[in-house]
Design a protein around this ligand. Structure first.
Ligand code: SF4
Length: 413
């Protein structure tokens, strides 16, 4: 029997998630009027580089005509390229000339270049957006980056956004300090008000770097969530995206109606993989405790309102020595287990760092993610679980495909 295949815009999205797009003048021109990508395009050796700098700005997000949102990933080896112009419209074109699809890029919004009354750029005040999701991150520095055990850093191996860097200055985040400065929260709320005014925001997601003590992390997130509850005049649904927290803290979030959803990111399935990929989470919380904390959250918030972001594709790092079929099966085992506990995992594709020299690097990633995504759709159907529109939807899921697949074939409720 032929294996199932992704179709329509979900198939295109997964292709682009696995293969990215090549640099063209049209893609470069689009950067001038689009939300900027946090990762500039990196020209590969020998690739024509019109600026001679090795990198170039590119847009962050593109949308297909049916509203599917896709992150723009630069890749000099991609068979995909962008053509056209702002005036005539942009198209995504494949090398074989078989596909030519109209796309739009998420436009740059006025708030991105505006400032708080005391002169801090809104873009540095702890807010970002993707589609209709507002992400609030006023303490991005993760303590796991500051700790080593037996020579091994405690940061998650795939992570490059938790590093304490220049973002911390304008936010006033200092190592060891739990409390968020009042001025930081005020600036964030000014930025948040501008974003909500200028764009259609349907979800708010509270995130931040981890602390090595979950009780202290809970204190920080309670302070943030209480502030956001007050500032959130339109009552936009809020998700708590902290690390795993103690049961008493989860109960507080519920009792004070601070958030609608909870998302503690387990990242990968299986204890051995968790220990290797997330050494800090494993050391300071532990695999079993992390799952227990998610189960506690289900007890307080109900089945289907608790999530775990997962990184799909790290299993394919050469050190884990897995074929793509095995990697997909392991991830599916995790999806089945978590759904059985009322927890909905949500998978973002990451590109393995190793193995790039393999000629089948991108195809292998595609095969893995296609098999996994279709299998996981069936698991959600079996458990009658669907990602609630209040948590996330196809308009903000830029690196995930669950909402797109559920939109194609809604599971029974
Ligand atoms: S806990 Fe989060 S921020 Fe910290 S290293 Fe892991 S993924 Fe990055």
């Amino acid at each position: 029997m032929a294996s199932a295949k992704l179709k329509d815009s979900a198939a295109l999205k997964v292709r682009l998630m696995c293969e990215g797009v090549r640099y063209t003048a049209a893609l470069g021109a689009a950067a001038a009027h689009s939300m900027p990508n946090y990762y500039p395009y990196r020209f590969k050796p020998g690739e024509p580089d019109p600026f001679g700098k090795g990198t170039a700005p590119i847009p962050y997000l593109m949308n297909t005509p049916d509203g599917t949102e896709i992150r723009v990933l630069g890749n000099g080896d991609s068979p995909w390229a962008v053509q056209g112009s702002r005036e005539s419209g942009y198209e995504l074109v494949d090398d074989k000339g078989q596909q030519r699809l109209p796309i739009v890029f998420e436009p740059i919004h006025p708030w991105f270049t505006q400032k708080t009354p005391d002169g801090v750029a809104f873009a540095q005040a702890g807010v970002t957006t993707h589609g209709d999701m507002l992400v609030i991150n006023v303490a991005p520095g993760c303590e796991y980056f500051l700790h080593k055990h037996e020579g091994q850093s405690m940061r998650c191996t795939f992570c490059n956004y938790g590093a304490p860097d220049t973002r911390l200055g304008p936010l006033g985040q200092k190592p060891g300090q739990v409390e968020i400065p009042e001025a930081t929260l005020e600036r964030m709320s000014q930025a948040m008000a501008a974003v909500v005014e200028q764009t259609e925001i349907r979800h708010i997601y509270l995130v931040g770097g981890s602390l090595t003590d979950p009780t202290r992390e809970a204190e920080r997130f309670l302070q943030l969530a209480r502030f956001v509850k007050h500032a959130n005049a339109r009552r936009i649904p809020v998700a708590l995206g902290s690390g795993a927290l103690p049961d008493e803290a989860i109960a507080r979030f519920k009792a004070e109606t601070l958030v609608d959803h909870v998302c503690f990111n387990l990242e990968v399935w299986s204890e051995p993989l968790f220990a290797k990929v997330c050494p800090g989470k494993n050391r300071y919380v532990g695999y079993g405790k992390w799952i227990e904390s998610l189960e506690n959250a289900v007890r307080h918030f109900g089945r289907g309102n608790v999530f775990s972001a997962m990184v799909a594709g790290v299993e394919l790092e050469p050190e884990h020595d897995m074929e793509w079929e095995q990697a997909a099966d392991l991830a599916l085992q995790g999806a089945e287990d978590l759904c059985g506990r009322g927890i909905i995992p949500v998978y973002s594709l990451v590109w393995p760092v190793g193995g790039r020299q393999r000629p089948d690097y991108h195809q292998r990633l595609f095969n893995y993610f296609e098999k996994f995504s279709l299998g996981y759709r069936d698991i959600r159907k079996k458990h009658a679980l669907r990602i609630p529109e209040t948590f996330m939807c196809h308009r903000c899921a830029y690196m995930q495909v669950e909402c797109d697949l559920d939109r194609q074939e809604p599971p029974a409720r």
